[in-house]
Design a protein around this ligand. Structure first.
Ligand SMILES: *[C@@H]1O[C@H](CO)[C@@H](O)[C@H](O)[C@H]1NC(C)=O
Ligand SMILES: *[C@@H]1O[C@H](CO)[C@@H](O)[C@H](O)[C@H]1NC(C)=O
Ligand SMILES: *[C@@H]1O[C@H](CO)[C@@H](O)[C@H](O)[C@H]1NC(C)=O
Ligand SMILES: *[C@@H]1O[C@H](CO)[C@@H](O)[C@H](O)[C@H]1NC(C)=O
Ligand SMILES: *[C@@H]1O[C@H](CO)[C@@H](O)[C@H](O)[C@H]1NC(C)=O
Ligand SMILES: *[C@@H]1O[C@H](CO)[C@@H](O)[C@H](O)[C@H]1NC(C)=O
Length: 385
């Protein structure tokens, strides 16, 4: 019943609906809180986004162990993310964007082995980013569903059936590359990412995030994160969109980041990073100054040059000159091409003089004039002194 003008609270009678598999009331005008007795055992997809739901999430979904999609985005839900979330062993898509949730991100999230998309952006979450966060990948997911297939148990048939018909529910909206895209059906199963932007998260970015090598999107912008960018991020080989802007990150940018070959949207703007920007090669050749702006201590292309403001790093680079940097021209190649073009010019002049008698005469006349005038010039000066 999505995209209607339904008003009022979710009726308490919903608590008696035992075999509900999909609940889709998104984009209505539903208010009030989720009844605490609500908790359909077999439910698979819940889409309640874009309503006016308020109150806190308590134990409503804790017994729904088949839940795959929980999309409660764009409501006014408050309170903590319940600890009992670790009971939702099938949960793949957790979308709680744009609510008033507070407290810490519970470590219980790490127990969810099927999770592939976490969007907790635009809330009031505080504390550290749990270092144990782990997302699954489409390959692992497919393996797992094959395993369920081989041991059919009453009930799991439904789960399989509805996992394959994800498109029955609303599409899930997820922001990547600065745009909100909607994902549904099979496409959703290939999407993997974490969006914790616009919260009050503190502490350092756990280096373990760099081991989530299959994620496509990571957005930690608009928080209060400190410390450095972990060099393990060079292992995020599938990442397409990486946003760490508007934090308080410091230290150097790991130069290994240039190894991220799928990166198309990247921002480190408005932090306190220092040192040199990564070499402008591969994907990094496409990023302009806006992804580094607001870091006054940062230098190198496409920002201000490092030599003018901070000479010490240039001196340090002296001993390593033997190692050729990908960003610069190979000096051997440069000299060879210089000599080759010099010889080419000489030969062209000779050929032209050989073919055209008029120019030949003009050329010899001109060189003779030059020779004579410079001869007398030198003789004049020598005789004066
Ligand atoms: C939603 O309901 C409130 C009152 O319950 C009303 O003021 C508001 O106009 C409604 N919004 C829409 C989009 O229908
Ligand atoms: C990261 O999140 C912020 C706020 O939610 C959003 O404005 C920005 O576009 C996102 N970045 C990317 C690269 O999608
Ligand atoms: C994430 O989970 C997978 C499978 O459950 C495991 O192989 C992998 O080592 C875990 N990664 C991290 C960083 O914990
Ligand atoms: C990237 O991952 C590989 C294998 O998991 C590991 O050996 C290597 O140390 C990692 N690199 C970084 C910079 O963490
Ligand atoms: C950033 O972190 C430094 C310490 O690392 C602290 O002194 C400063 O107040 C922080 N700035 C903001 C805006 O949080
Ligand atoms: C930025 O980092 C430098 C050290 O790298 C520190 O001295 C300075 O206080 C930091 N500025 C802010 C605003 O945190």
């Amino acid at each position: 019943m999505s995209n209607n003008g339904l008003e009022g609270p979710i009726p308490i009678d919903f608590c008696r609906v035992q075999f509900l598999l999909i609940l889709d009331l998104s984009n209505n005008n539903i208010s009030g809180s989720l009844p605490s007795c609500f908790g359909p055992r077999h439910i698979i997809h819940v889409h309640l986004s874009k309503n006016r739901l308020e109150g806190s999430l308590t134990t409503q979904f804790c017994k729904s162990s088949s839940l795959v999609t929980l999309d409660l985005s764009d409501n006014q839900l408050s309170g903590n993310i319940p600890d009992c979330i670790n009971m939702l062993s099938e949960l793949s898509y957790l979308i709680l964007k744009n609510n008033n949730l507070e407290g810490k991100i519970p470590c219980q999230l790490c127990k969810l082995q099927k999770l592939s998309l976490i969007d907790l952006s635009q809330n009031h979450l505080s504390g550290h980013i749990p270092s144990c966060l782990n997302l699954t990948t489409d390959e692992q997911y497919n393996e797992d569903s094959n395993q369920i297939n081989s041991t059919p148990v009453a009930g799991t048939t439904f789960i399989l059936l509805f996992r394959d018909t994800l498109s029955l529910g609303e599409p899930v909206h997820f922001t990547t590359k600065n745009m909100a895209y909607s994902y549904e059906g099979r496409l959703l199963t290939y999407m993997s990412g974490i969006d914790l932007s616009c919260n009050k998260l503190i502490g350092e970015i756990p280096y373990e995030i760099g081991h989530l090598s299959k994620i496509h999107v990571l957005n930690l912008s608009h928080n209060f994160l400190v410390g450095g960018i972990p060099s393990t991020f060079s292992n995020l080989t599938q990442i397409e969109s990486l946003d760490l802007s508007y934090n308080n990150l410091s230290g150097k940018i790991p130069p290994e980041l240039v190894e991220l070959n799928f990166l198309s949207t990247f921002s480190l703007a408005y932090n306190n990073l220092s040192g040199k920007t990564p070499a402008r090669i591969r994907q990094f050749a496409t990023f302009d100054g806006s992804c580094y702006q607001g870091n006054p201590l940062l230098c190198g292309e496409p920002m201000k040059s490092c030599s003018t403001r901070s000479p010490p790093p240039m001196i340090q680079e002296g001993p390593t000159q033997g190692k050729e940097d990908d960003g610069f021209i190979d000096m051997g190649v440069f000299y060879v091409s210089l000599i080759v073009s010099y010889i080419m010019v000489l030969m062209t002049i000779a050929a032209v003089l050989y073919i055209n008698p008029y120019w030949r005469r003009a050329w010899f006349y001109y060189t003779e004039m030059c020779f004579i005038s410079s001869y007398y010039f030198i003789v004049d000066h020598l005789s004066k002194s």
